[in-house]
Design a protein around this ligand. Structure first.
Ligand SMILES: NC(=O)c1ccc[n+]([C@@H]2O[C@H](COP(=O)([O-])OP(=O)(O)OC[C@H]3O[C@@H](n4cnc5c(N)ncnc54)[C@H](OP(=O)(O)O)[C@@H]3O)[C@@H](O)[C@H]2O)c1
Length: 337
C-alpha cells in the first residue's frame, strides 16, 4: 500500500517526522507492506513539491539549504495548493497563533474540505475551534488526529481507546514542562522565580517570550483538548479559569515543604469545570514529577486512578506521535498488517 503525505511546516517536529519516515522505511515495508510517499513539504515562503515522492534523504542532507533543491517552488502557499495536491494525509506542524489558530486552522479546514485526512501537532486550532474541526471531519468522512498537541509522545488521547470498557470521570495533569522545570528548581534550590526562569531559558526549555507558558495559556489549551476528547465536553480556551506561576514566591514553596506538600501547576478537568492554577499536592503524590516531564492522571469509574507520564516535548517524541496517528488512520481505513 502506498500513502501520499503532504507536510506543512519543516521545523523541529516536521523535520523529525521526515527523519522517522526515512528511518522506518524498511520496517514499514517489511511489517506492513506500506510505503509512505511525501509529495510536498510546505514552508511559509514556498514548498518542495514532487508528485511522485520527494527524496527525503536528500532533503535531510540539505539541512537549512533545502530551498536550493531543484523541486523547490518559491512563494507557493499550502492554503492555496492543498486542493490541487494528490495527498491522502496532511500533516500540520506550523506554530500556533494563540488568538486565531492560524495558519494551522486554515490548513486543516482546507484539507478536510478536500477530503484529506489530517494529523496535527499544532494545538491552537483544536483549543479554539474543536467543534468546527470535528464536525467538518465527520461531514466529509475524514479522520483528524492530534495526539502530539497535548503531551507529545505520551498517549494521553490514544488511551481513550484502551479504556473503552471503563469510564473517565476527571483529569488532573501537568502539561507544561517549562513551568514544571521552574517550580522544580525553585523547590530544590530555594531560588526565586526570575532566576529559575532564566535558567530554563538558558537551557532552551523556555521561549525568549515565555508568557504563554508561565501564565498558563499553553496548559489551558491542552486541558481543553484532553477534556473534550476524553470526557466528551465541548469547551474552548475561554472556558478555562487560568492562573500562572509568576507570583509564586520561595517562602510559599518552603511553607508547603514543611507540611509535606509541593506546589505544582496543575491543569484540572472535573465537575464540568476547567482550571489551570498552582495547587498544593502531597509530596508522595504521583503528580509530583520533576524537571520537564508531563504527567496525566485519569480518575476512572471502575479502576481508580491511572497515570501516564513522559516527555512532553522534543522533535522525535512529537514525530513518533504523528507516526502513531498515521498508522491509526490507515488501520481505521481498513489497512491491516
Ligand atoms: N517542538 C516540540 O517539542 C513540540 C511538541 C509537541 C507539539 N509541538 C507543536 O508542533 C508545532 C511545530 O513545532 P516546532 O517545534 O516544529 O516549531 P518550529 O520549529 O518553529 O517549526 C514550525 C515550522 O513551520 C513553518 N511555518 C510557519 N508558518 C508557515 C506556513 N504558513 N506554512 C508553512 N510552514 C510554516 C516555520 O517556518 P519559519 O520558521 O521559516 O517561519 C517552521 O519551519 C507547534 O504548533 C508546536 O506547538 C511542538
Amino acid at each position: 500500500m502506498k500513502v501520499k503525505v503532504c507536510l506543512i511546516g519543516k521545523g523541529t517536529v516536521g523535520t523529525s517526522f521526515l527523519q522517522l519516515v526515512k528511518n522506518k522505511r524498511d520496517d514499514f515495508k517489511r511489517k506492513f507492506n506500506l510505503e509512505i510517499i511525501v509529495s510536498s513539504i510546505f514552508e511559509h515562503d514556498g514548498a518542495l513539491i514532487a508528485e511522485n515522492g520527494i527524496n527525503i534523504g536528500e532533503v535531510l542532507e540539505a539541512g537549512k539549504y533545502f530551498r536550493n533543491l531543484p523541486y523547490w517552488k518559491e512563494k507557493v502557499r499550502a492554503k492555496d495548493l492543498i486542493s490541487t495536491m494528490d495527498a491522502n494525509i496532511c500533516i500540520e506542524t506550523t506554530p500556533t497563533n494563540s488568538e486565531t489558530g492560524e495558519p494551522g486552522l486554515s490548513h486543516i479546514i482546507e484539507a478536510l474540505n478536500n477530503k484529506i485526512d489530517v494529523i496535527s501537532s499544532n494545538k491552537g486550532p483544536f483549543y479554539l475551534e474543536y467543534e468546527k474541526i470535528k464536525n467538518l471531519a465527520k461531514k466529509n468522512n475524514c479522520f483528524v488526529k492530534y495526539e502530539a498537541t497535548v503531551a507529545s509522545c505520551v498517549p494521553s488521547l490514544g488511551i481513550k481507546e484502551q479504556l473503552i470498557g471503563n469510564e473517565i470521570l476527571s483529569i488532573r495533569a501537568i502539561l507544561n514542562g517549562t513551568n514544571n522545570f521552574i517550580l522544580s528548581r525553585m523547590a530544590a534550590e530555594g531560588v526565586d522565580f526570575a532566576i529559575a526562569l532564566k535558567e530554563a531559558q538558558e537551557l532552551g526549555f523556555a521561549e525568549s517570550d515565555p508568557t504563554l507558558d508561565i501564565e498558563g495559556f499553553d496548559a489551558a489549551g491542552k486541558i481543553v483538548i484532553l477534556a473534550n476528547d476524553l470526557l466528551g465536553w465541548s469547551k474552548s480556551i475561554d472556558d478555562v479559569k487560568i492562573e500562572g506561576i509568576s507570583q509564586i514566591i520561595p517562602h510559599a514553596i518552603d511553607l508547603a515543604k514543611s507540611d509535606g506538600y509541593v506546589i505544582k501547576h496543575l491543569a484540572i478537568a472535573e465537575n464540568n469545570e476547567l482550571v489551570v492554577e498552582p495547587r498544593l499536592i502531597e509530596r508522595y503524590s504521583p503528580l509530583n514529577i520533576s524537571g520537564t516531564l508531563n504527567v496525566v492522571e485519569l480518575e476512572t469509574k471502575y479502576a481508580g486512578s491511572i497515570i501516564l507520564m513522559g516527555r512532553g516535548a522534543g522533535g522525535l517524541e512529537a514525530a513518533s506521535a504523528l507516526i502513531n496517528d498515521l498508522l491509526s488512520i490507515l488501520k481505521n481505513r481498513g489497512f491491516s498488517e
